[in-house]
Structures are given as structure tokens and as C-alpha cells.
Design a protein around this ligand. Structure first.
Ligand SMILES: [Zn+2]
Ligand SMILES: [Zn+2]
Length: 179
């Protein structure tokens, strides 16, 4: 899905750019992070003198919980990636490039395929959602009783309000020990 053959692009003049739409793309991200919407956006690949620069702008959404009231939400996410990808095989000579020169570089495979799956998965897993609120003015949960304040119109506790069941317990605790 996110694999691009860049053999032709490698033979083009530096500065040449290709654009590829990303549409309706499903992807497993991580055990604790699930996409709530497919990934949409665009990948741009450009030729430099020595490499391919891959840029992507993608939008999606993840499943999560409102950080104030804990209801399930769909949190929108936007990621931009920019990666330089070096060849494994010299496009002109057909000879392998020595990867020891730049051991950490992202590489094309032996068939000049560029795979952006992993960089994109990583970028999404590290991205901070634009908002983790069910709505911008979410009122959250009552700190005293835990009621969802979005669902009630008037909600107040008197300063010393104690749950009647707790009051009973407190009273029971005050009773002198029976011998
Ligand atoms: Zn909320
Ligand atoms: Zn309350």
C-alpha cells in the first residue's frame, strides 16, 4: 500500500517530484492505539542528487477517551513526515551501495522499492491528537460524586455534604466498642 517503486524517479533529474494520493488506508498501529478513521493525505517523493526525499501529510483519527469525562471519542490526528531514503543499489551501475557508509539511513530495497509503512506507523503512534476532548467545552466529571456534568443542568454540593451511607458508617464508627 505504502510502497513505491522509484526506479524511474532515480533516473530523473534532481528536483523531479512525484505525488501520490493516500486514500482510505487502513493500518494496524499498536495494541493500545487503534485508528478510528482510515488514513488520507498525500505522499510526495522527490529526487535529490543522492537520494529520494519522501514527504507525507496525512490525517486520520484514533479511538480514545475524553480526558475530562472519559466518554469514548474519535480524536483527530495529523502527521507530517519527511524522510531521506538512500538507494541500496546504484541505479546506473546496478552495483550494491555499501550501507556501512550510512548505517542508520532508511534504504530502498534491491528493487528500488520505497516502503513508507513503518515510518508512517511510527509517526502516527507518536503523534499527539489535536484534542482529546469530546467537545471543546466538556465540563468533565464532578470531583465529589463522579456524575458527568454534561448530563446535568444544575449540580452543586454543599461544602460538607456527605453521602448518607457514609454518614451512617461514620455514626457507627463513633459508637463505643461493645464488650
Ligand atoms: Zn468529555
Ligand atoms: Zn457531584
Amino acid at each position: 500500500m505504502l510502497s513505491y517503486n522509484v526506479a524511474t524517479l532515480l533516473r530523473s533529474a534532481p528536483g523531479t517530484e512525484r505525488r501520490y494520493p493516500v486514500e482510505n488506508l487502513e493500518m494496524e498501529i499498536a495494541e493500545d492505539m487503534r485508528l478510528a478513521q482510515p488514513i488520507e493525505g498525500e505522499v510526495r517523493l522527490s529526487r535529490t542528487g543522492r537520494s529520494i526525499i519522501a514527504r507525507a501529510h496525512l490525517t486520520t483519527a484514533i479511538e480514545g477517551y475524553c480526558s475530562r469525562c472519559l466518554t469514548t471519542i474519535t480524536a483527530p490526528l495529523e502527521v507530517d513526515i519527511e524522510e531521506e531514503v538512500l538507494p541500496s543499489i546504484d541505479i546506473d551501475s546496478g552495483l550494491p551501495v555499501n550501507p556501512a557508509d550510512e548505517p542508520d539511513a532508511l534504504r530502498l530495497d534491491d528493487h528500488h522499492e520505497l516502503d513508507l509503512g513503518e515510518p508512517i506507523r511510527e509517526a502516527i503512534s507518536l503523534a499527539e491528537p489535536i484534542s482529546m476532548l469530546c467537545r471543546p467545552d466538556c465540563r468533565g466529571l464532578c470531583l465529589v460524586c463522579g456524575v458527568d456534568l454534561n448530563t446535568v443542568t444544575e449540580h452543586e454540593h454543599a461544602e460538607e455534604t456527605v453521602d448518607p451511607r457514609l454518614a451512617a458508617l461514620a455514626e457507627w464508627g463513633d459508637k463505643p466498642e461493645a464488650n
